[in-house]
Design a protein around this ligand. Structure first.
Ligand code: TXA
Ligand code: MG
Length: 317
């Protein structure tokens, strides 16, 4: 059921059921982080492999010591600056965090979301929530309650409607090797913003064999329609003559006889606006029964790096 009724969500979660909740990045599929019965349902519903750990969502920094320990100084600096917000920190876990949450690792991923509905819900619970994106494993992430409904319909007792996600791409994930920070997933906070706070950080975002963060898998966030990513849209359109094409571009509008639809992510060329629109645009194109989606690579700095990361994984077959 799509609803704005937080009370219904609280009851479902207390009964170890799953709900969908809005965050500022994407919608999450949430369960009691301390209850294995509930957490198992996430893996079953998403068809998510068990090696892929979950993010624990908190309502305040004071709650952090309940789930993590030995917090590095650089983590404290980042938490202070970006929480509540779209940054996930991978930290040493407290013993009582279930192995299902962490895929048996000794670390736990945590963040405080910046969405009034998510925070209001978390504040009224006496347990944190694990919440992966509310989509089947590998598919396009949801940025509206409707997207979640389209995937799961009434398999979820409650889909909390908090409007369209303001940021539109997942949180940035930062972990630590000793005191050194490592970027595991590009996301809604740009690398530049992170580096302004703690200096240069190493990036490890591709690993298909033992993914430290499976946003790392090279195929992910994928539409069902075949897709390509290009720097030269016109050449790609010419190459695909005769096919029903959908186009995804940064700021221009492209028209043509065989172009069924063109999605422009930000007419004014603002990458933040483009991020907010990316997944909704991919969902719309994927519903159009096209032969191919041709996506344009964005300028590769700031959030453009994150969007190019998502698009390059989305087009993998
Ligand atoms: O923006 C977000 O982070 C959204 C919203 C709902 O909060 N959630 C999200 O969750 O994107 P999910 O499950 O789609 O992605 C979680 C990522 C995965 O890439 C996972 O591998 C990584 O977090 N992760 C979780 N625990 C980890 C750990 N202990 N070490 C390394 N990576 C971890
Ligand atoms: Mg996901």
């Amino acid at each position: 059921m799509i609803t704005k009724d937080i009370q219904k969500a609280i009851e479902a979660l207390q009964n170890n059921e799953l709900i969908a909740l809005p965050t500022e990045t994407v919608y999450g599929l949430a369960a009691n982080a301390y209850n294995e019965t509930a957490i198992k349902k996430i893996f079953e519903l998403k068809k998510r492999p068990l090696y892929n750990p979950l993010i624990v969502h908190l309502h305040s920094s004071e709650q952090l010591k309940e789930v993590a320990k030995e917090i590095p100084q650089r983590a404290k600096i980042l938490a202070e600056k970006f929480w509540p917000g779209s940054l996930t920190l991978v930290l040493k876990k407290q013993e009582h965090i279930p192995d299902l949450v962490t895929a048996g690792k000794d670390t736990v991923a945590v963040r405080i979301p910046q969405h009034l509905v998510a925070l209001a819900l978390l504040e009224q619970l006496d347990f944190p929530l694990v919440a992966p994106s509310a989509n089947p494993f590998g598919s396009i992430s949801p940025t509206s309650a409707q997207h979640v409904w389209d995937y799961f319909q009434d398999k979820l007792p409650v889909i909390l409607d908090g409007g369209n996600c303001a940021n539109g791409v997942e949180s940035t994930i930062v972990g630590f090797r000793g005191n050194e920070a490592v970027l595991y997933r590009h996301g809604s906070v740009s690398v530049e913003e992170i580096e302004q706070m703690i200096g240069k950080i190493e990036t490890i975002t591709h690993n298909d064999t033992t993914p430290d963060a499976p946003g790392m898998l090279s195929k992910h966030y994928a539409p069902k329609t075949p897709a390509v990513l290009t720097e030269n849209i016109a050449a790609e359109v010419a190459k695909n003559a005769g096919k029903k094409m959908g186009i995804l571009v940064f700021r221009n509008v492209l028209e043509g006889k065989e172009i069924v639809h063109c999605e422009t992510l930000s007419p004014k060329g603002d990458v933040k606006e483009a991020a907010k629109n990316l997944y909704a645009a991919l969902h719309r194109l994927d519903a159009m029964d096209l032969d191919i989606i041709i996506a344009e690579r964005l300028p590769n700095h700031g959030l453009g790096i994150t969007l190019n990361d998502r698009l390059s994984r989305a087009v993998k077959r």
